[in-house]
Structures are given as C-alpha cells and as structure tokens.
Design a protein around this ligand. Structure first.
Ligand code: NAD
Length: 413
C-alpha cells in the first residue's frame, strides 16, 4: 500500500558548512507499499527514532520528577487546588519542549538532484541529529546544506544538514545513502551507466566504509541492482546491511497510475512491483488493490496491462520530458522512507532490492523482493503468496540481473 541540532562549523573548514538552531519537531507521513497500518501509525505519531526511545523515556522520567517538584515548591503557599493546576500546566509545558537526546546520523553521498532531495526529506522527518551530505563538487553540498538548514524555523524541525567534501565528516553514520553517479539522458538505458557509475560507487563505498564500518548502505545509483551488488562486494558488509532502492518507487508509480485511471483516492491504492529496476521489473497485480478490491473490478485486462507497461517505463517517461537528468521527487521519497524504517527500527515491510538466498526458489542475487526493514537493515525477506506467472517473472528477472552482474565483474574498476 502506498501511504507514507545543533552543531557549529568545524574550525572554519570551508569544506563543511552548518548552521544552528532549535525548534519543535514535526514528522511527515506518506503511504508506502505493504506496510501494516500499525507500523505506519507507530512510525508517524512519534517524532523521535525508536532506537532512542529508551533514552527519551529516561528524559521524560527526569522531567516528570523535577518539574512538579519545582513547581510545587515554588507555589507552596498557594491553595492546594491552584497548586495542582499550576503543576499540571508546568508539566505539560515542560514535556512539550525540545528534547536533547538524539544520537543518529545519516549520510547522503551525492548532492545532486536525488541526493539533495533525499537529504532534505530526511532532515524534515526530524528522526536523526545530523544528515551529512557529501559530493565531489566543492561548495555544492555546503551551499545546499545552508539553504536547507535555514528552512528549519519555517518547517519546524531540528535535524541539521552538514554539507562537506570530506569523508571524515561522515564518520559514524548509521545509514549511508549512495546517490553519487550519472543519471540517464533521453534514450539511454540504465545499463548504459554501468561502467562510469561502477567506478564512482566503488570509490564512494571504499571511502564510506573506512569511516563508518558499521553503516547500513542504501544504494540508489543506477543501474540499481548491479550497483547494490557492487557496494556489497566492495564494502565487505553482510548482505543484510546492503540494500537498494527501486521497489518503493516503482510501486508508488504504479499506484499513481492506478489512481489516475480509476479515479480512486491515491491513499486507497495498494500497489506492488518486484524484480529488477529495469525492463524485467515485475509488477504484481495479484497483490494490488483499489479501495480494497482487485484491479479487475475497476479496469479491463488491456487497461491493466497498459498501466503495468507504463510503470516499467516510468523512469524513462520522466527522463524524456526533463531532457536533462532523471526523476528525483518520488525517488527521494522512497529512499528516505527506507532510511526511516531502519533508523526507527520499524520492521516495516516494503519492496526493496535485497539479497535473495533461497526465497521464491531464487538464489544468490540482489533482487526486488518484499522485505522487513529494521535497525539491522534487511531483517527478513518475506515470501508472499504470488501466482505461478509472477514467480516465473521473478526468476526471469533474477537471471537477467545475474547476467548484468557478470558484465560488471568483467569491468576493470
Ligand atoms: N534507484 C532509483 O530508483 C533511481 C531513481 C532516480 C535516479 N537514480 C540514479 O541516481 C543517481 C543520481 O541521480 P541524480 O538525479 O541525483 O544525478 P545528479 O547528476 O543530479 O547528481 C549526481 C551527483 O553525484 C555527484 N558525484 C559524482 N561522482 C561522485 C563521487 N565520486 N563522489 C561523490 N559525489 C559524486 C555529482 O557531483 C552530482 O552532484 C543516478 O545514477 C540516477 O540514475 C536512481
């Protein structure tokens, strides 16, 4: 279903830019594919990361003890009922104030269209202390970070974005989103980017892992399935800590087209795509619903097939319209959603590019599958009840990805 701090400039280092401030937080929601409603609710009602919840509770406890005490002592001479009233008001005010205990850090590599919108979305979610954004272009991440940070008072969040060209600033990241690399031009396939982007992703991964050996890597650079494989190989991380973004975006595109065709509210659409991020994408109509009903209640078979085909070419359609660069609003929503599920340890299920080891009868390949994301990255690849045709299409996608991974391995990087 598709629903969805402060720091100071480091010793005047011009490669790193920050601003400071402190404001009340606000979380954002949107519908993401296949999330249990309970998980969505848990994720959006609290602005803080689940991993920090224990510390926040401790802060709450201190606040609950000290505030009534101070308030009670201060107005000891007041009548009892007035005192109780004032104490309750003080407690309510105090516990609503900004809390200081948040420890997490996310890095976004690449401050282009995809990277910068991802950094901005993550910052606005207000679920980590810092979003570090790095790029090879000097001044670009710094300027963007400064601009983003100045939106905090208006948007009401505290997360600070740090723009830098120095990987040392990424040290200790919990999650790293890799967006560095060239986007497609009109007429190009994602595979046309293989060699140039493989060099970039290899270099970036080596740098990242040097400073954040425990990080979870979320890869978005195209060609996605191959770049996720490469990041896993270069980083040496276990497969569950390296994953790629494609399925949430493709499912979201499918949901948009279904809403458009049926006239049903976008938030009433459940859509799912699996497989590769490319021609062997596997839309899964058996798992798609419109207002809780099968697609066939609303659309003819021909109409459904046309929508699935448009979804397969969804990225190319936007590239052709833009003429320079590729899509980034919906893609960055998808990447930020994955990061949020990891940071908040949601165990939320969503389609991602994950290592498949036996599920659906497929072995040893990064492929788009439904998976539960939590603080350890991919915590479970979920085996859904797919039709025989859908499973066959998934197997075909796996074969295609493996062939392209062979091409990757033949490159001299
Ligand atoms: N997985 C998906 O669903 C999906 C969707 C859209 C785009 N993408 C891909 O995401 C990538 C980025 O797209 P974009 O629109 O942001 O492109 P962009 O050109 O706007 O930005 C790319 C950025 O990467 C930077 N960069 C290049 N080499 C670098 C390096 N070695 N280290 C750090 N930064 C480096 C560039 O300076 C640039 O700022 C492309 O490969 C694109 O195809 C993937």
């Amino acid at each position: 279903m598709v629903r969805f701090q402060t720091a100071s400039s480091k010793g005047g280092d011009p490669r790193r830019a920050t601003t400071s401030g402190s404001f009340r937080s606000m979380s954002t929601t949107s519908a993401v594919v296949l999330e249990p409603a309970g998980v969505v609710a848990a994720g959006v009602t609290k602005p803080h990361a689940a991993s920090n919840r224990a510390e926040i509770n401790q802060t709450d406890k201190r606040e609950r003890c000290t505030v009534p005490l101070i308030a009670g002592l201060a107005v000891n001479s007041f009548p009892r009922r007035l005192r109780a009233c004032l104490t309750a008001l003080a407690l309510r005010y105090w516990t609503d104030q900004p809390r200081s205990v948040r420890m997490s850090k996310v890095t976004v590599v690449g401050a282009g269209k995809y990277g910068s919108t991802t950094a901005q979305r993550l910052a606005a979610m207000d679920i980590v202390d810092e979003v570090v954004m790095t790029d090879i272009v000097e001044g670009l991440p710094q300027g963007l970070a400064l601009d983003m940070n100045q939106s905090r008072p208006v948007e009401k969040y505290r997360t600070l974005v740090i723009g830098t060209n120095d990987y040392a600033d990424t040290a200790g990241s919990d999650v790293v989103v890799i967006t560095a690399g060239l986007p497609r031009k009109p007429g190009m396939s994602r595979m046309d980017l293989l060699e140039v982007n493989a060099k970039i992703v290899k270099d970036v991964t080596e740098q990242i892992i040097k400073y954040s050996p425990e990080a979870i890597l979320v890869v978005v650079t195209n060609p996605l399935d191959q770049m996720t494989t490469l990041a896993a190989e270069v980083s040496g991380l276990s497969h569950d800590k390296v994953l790629g973004q494609a399925g949430i975006l493709d499912s979201s595109r499918l949901a948009h087209f279904l809403s458009e065709a049926t006239g049903v509210d976008i938030l009433e659409i459940d859509a799912l795509t699996l497989g590769s991020h490319g021609p062997t994408m596997v839309p899964v109509p058996s798992q798609c619903t419109v207002a809780g009903k099968p697609l066939t209640d609303y659309l003819s078979d021909d109409e459904i097939q046309a929508i699935l085909e448009r979804t397969r070419g969804g990225g190319g359609e936007i590239v052709a319209l833009l003429k320079t660069g590729s899509a980034y609003y919906a893609p960055s929503s998808a990447a930020a959603r994955m990061v949020a599920a990891i940071i908040k340890d949601e165990k939320a299920m969503m389609p991602v590019c994950a290592w498949v080891a036996g599920e659906y009868g497929i072995n040893d390949v990064y492929l788009g599958v439904p998976a539960k994301l939590g603080k350890n990255g991919v915590e479970e690849v979920v085996v859904m009840d797919l039709t025989a045709d859908e499973i066959a299409a998934l197997a075909e996608a796996a074969t295609s990805v493996k062939e392209k991974v062979d091409e990757l391995h033949q490159l001299e990087l």
